[in-house]
Design a protein around this ligand. Structure first.
Ligand SMILES: [Zn+2]
Length: 276
């Protein structure tokens, strides 16, 4: 899918209608366990056309990705004067907040602006149909005492080597934002909170498309992989550490003055500006 469209060299607050879509494959390296009394990490869903498939909700992948970006930037001491923590302590001026969004009300900065997520995702769908689903009922284990009590739970096993396909979309991409997203996708080796029970995963980026619209969907790709995806290696992305620093510097320039930024005083950054 060749396209004359390129990457942006700067970061702006308002959307400019360009979409980098990454086709991502997540492979289970262990059996995964689904427990009905935990927040589900893998579910099953029955499609009319695809039959019954295992699915991973996007919010699970997004939550994990955001945490990893935050860990990485903490390691790099970015931003220097602020610490950013989920969920009530968002700093609203770091690469993670720029990529995954945040609202002023829930941030410690009590800022008067919101950041819309630039990373858009969708459900990951297993490449094969769910055959005989092995569900059984067991005594629930108390997480604190590790003893079994009266509570029963349903356990469903997702087999090793199950492959999930999903599309992760970056709105208005720069090379640096792409480098951060790609690096953290590649470092995604576990999903979900219960890593004791959760098997490891391997995450691969199959290819990308850059367009003025969202051209790809998981639903279509599990049926047929597009033959003309671009190779992410051809992008020659900058080193991830440099990218974090460059993005962190760029954010200060677009945030309103008085909110720790250098931009216009009390500029309304999102919702209100978009109405105009
Ligand atoms: Zn932040």
């Amino acid at each position: 899918m060749t396209n004359a469209m390129g990457f942006f060299n700067d970061i702006k607050v308002l959307p400019r209608g360009r979409y980098l879509q990454l086709v991502v494959k997540i492979t289970l390296l262990d059996d995964a366990i689904i427990r009905s009394n935990e927040p589900e990490e893998v579910l099953t869903f029955t499609y009319k056309k695809l039959g019954t498939r295992f699915i991973i909700p996007w919010r699970k992948v997004k939550g994990k990705l955001r945490r990893m970006v935050m860990e990485k930037q903490r390691e790099l001491n970015i931003p220097q004067d602020s610490k950013c923590y989920l969920k009530d302590n968002l700093c609203m001026k770091c690469p993670a907040c720029l990529l995954f969004g945040g609202t002023g009300e829930t941030s410690k900065t009590k800022s008067s602006y919101n950041l819309l997520s630039r990373v858009l995702g969708e459900t990951f769908i297993s490449q094969t149909e769910v055959k005989d689903i092995s569900a059984y009922t067991a005594n629930a284990v108390d997480e604190e005492t590790l003893t079994t009590g009266q509570a029963l739970m349903t356990i469903v096993k997702v087999p090793t080597e199950t492959e999930f396909i999903g599309v992760v979309t970056l709105r208005d991409p720069t090379k640096e934002l792409t480098a951060i997203l790609v690096d953290n996708l590649n470092r995604l080796t576990r999903l979900g909170a219960s890593t004791r029970e959760w098997g490891k995963v391997k995450t691969e980026i199959i290819g990308y498309v850059l367009s003025d619209r969202e051209m790809l969907s998981s639903y279509d790709i599990v049926q047929e992989m597009p033959a003309d995806l671009n190779n992410i290696k051809d992008l020659q992305l900058p080193p991830v550490e440099d990218s974090f620093r460059k993005v962190a510097d760029a954010i200060i320039k677009i945030l309103p003055e008085g909110e720790g930024g250098q931009g216009k005083k009390k500029q309304k950054v999102t919702a209100e500006a978009e109405k105009e």
